[in-house]
Structures are given as structure tokens and as C-alpha cells.
Design a protein around this ligand. Structure first.
Ligand code: AMP
Length: 201
């Protein structure tokens, strides 16, 4: 099962990615998490990515695509994966399709988490994450950066919805409601039951 989770910042992609991937028995691969780990580890990749991330801009496609290719080549991703936060541009989507085709693989489905913008701003400005045991606000969740990230999403990432729709891969999921309700909608769109097995209806 190869799945992409699409949606604006604050739509709950990270939370849903963890739950859905666990049900499907595939790794959840978050490009944002990989970048953040590299920034804290002060690797060369982290240094390259940091300026873009702090500004709420996308890391250039060449850097991001190379990183994802390496990650998808790891053994745990051979049997499937759930991508969270990638692709984020049409160019990334095209490169993903090519890399998968080279391996004789293709995406099963793209789930787009849909939340209106007012709700996103509300969620993001209140969001806190745990770093070294402390609840802190992510630098890129500051109000000015949030607005910019939403604009970047509208301009560069939202077109992916039409791209995957025209390929017949897109399912739009209403992402307002309790976490379990949203998970249930996503699993239904994937045609699997609560335990990640193909559903009979
Ligand atoms: P996220 O945790 O998915 O919100 O990602 C945090 C930041 O990482 C984004 O604002 C971008 O700067 C960078 N990033 C994550 N995924 C990508 C991607 N697919 N392409 C470019 N930049 C990305």
C-alpha cells in the first residue's frame, strides 16, 4: 500500500499519518520530521534546509527529492509507505511517479485532508510540540510564518489536488472532527477496515 497524505499545515497530517500507517503496517515518512531531525543534528542537509524552513518556504525540490529517494530505498519502505508532507510541488509529484515507475511501483491513493483556512490559523497558532520534555511553539508556527506557509501551500501545493484528481487517485477527506472520526473516513477511502484489512463493503 503506497499512499500520499496531502493537506495544508494544521490539517492534522502528522497525527493521521502515524495512526493510518500503523493500521496499514507501513512506515509513515514525514519530510518535515526528517528535515527537523537534520536541523537538530546539525547535518549538512539540516544546514541547507534551515533557512527555508525558518522562513516558512519550501526547501528546493532537488534537495527534497534526493532525500526522499534515499528514504524510499530503505528496506522498511519496500512493501509500502505513507508519505506525509511530500510531494509539495508538481515537480516533486512527477519525480515521485518516475522513481516509483523505475521500481515497478505506483501510488495506491492520495488522501487530501480538507480544513477551512480560518480553522487552520486557529489550530496552528495554538499548536505546541514537545522538545526535550518541554511544550514549545515551533518557530514556523509563529503567526507571520503561519500566514506565509498557508500562502505557499495555496500557490505551490494546492495544485496537486487537481493533478492527482486527474490521475483518478484523489480522495478528499473532511478533516474537521475528532481524530478517530477523521481516521475512519481515511481508512474508508482506502478501502480498509479498522485493522487495516481490506473491507468487505
Ligand atoms: P511540515 O512538518 O510538513 O509542516 O514541514 C515543515 C517544513 O519543512 C516546511 O515548511 C518546509 O520548509 C519543509 N518541507 C517539508 N516537506 C517539504 C517538501 N516536500 N518540499 C519542500 N519543503 C518541505
Amino acid at each position: 500500500m503506497r499512499v500520499v497524505l496531502l493537506g495544508p499545515p494544521g490539517a492534522g497530517k502528522g497525527t493521521q499519518a502515524q495512526i493510518i500507517a500503523a493500521r496499514l503496517g507501513v512506515p509513515a515518512i514525514s519530510t518535515g520530521d526528517i528535515f527537523r531531525a537534520n536541523v537538530s543534528g546539525q547535518t549538512e542537509l539540516g544546514q541547507q534546509a534551515k533557512t527555508y524552513m525558518d522562513a516558512g518556504d519550501l526547501v528546493p525540490d532537488a534537495i527534497t527529492v534526493a532525500m526522499v529517494k534515499d528514504r524510499l530505498a530503505e528496506p522498511d519502505a519496500k512493501g509500502g509507505f505513507l508519505l506525509d508532507g511530500f510531494p509539495r510541488t508538481i515537480a516533486q509529484a512527477e519525480q515521485l511517479r518516475e522513481s516509483l515507475a523505475d521500481l515497478g511501483q505506483e501510488l495506491r491513493r492520495v488522501l487530501e485532508l480538507v480544513v477551512d483556512e480560518e480553522e487552520l490559523v486557529r489550530r496552528l497558532s495554538g499548536r505546541r510540540v514537545v522538545v526535550d520534555g518541554q511544550m514549545v511553539q515551533r518557530d514556523d508556527d509563529k503567526p507571520e510564518t503561519v500566514r506565509h506557509r498557508l500562502q505557499v501551500y495555496r500557490e505551490q501545493t494546492a495544485p496537486l489536488s487537481g493533478f492527482y484528481e486527474s490521475e483518478g487517485l484523489l480522495s478528499r477527506i473532511d478533516a474537521i472532527g475528532e481524530v478517530e472520526e477523521v481516521t475512519a473516513r481515511a481508512l474508508k477511502a482506502l478501502g480498509v477496515d479498522d485493522a487495516g484489512q481490506p473491507s468487505s463493503d
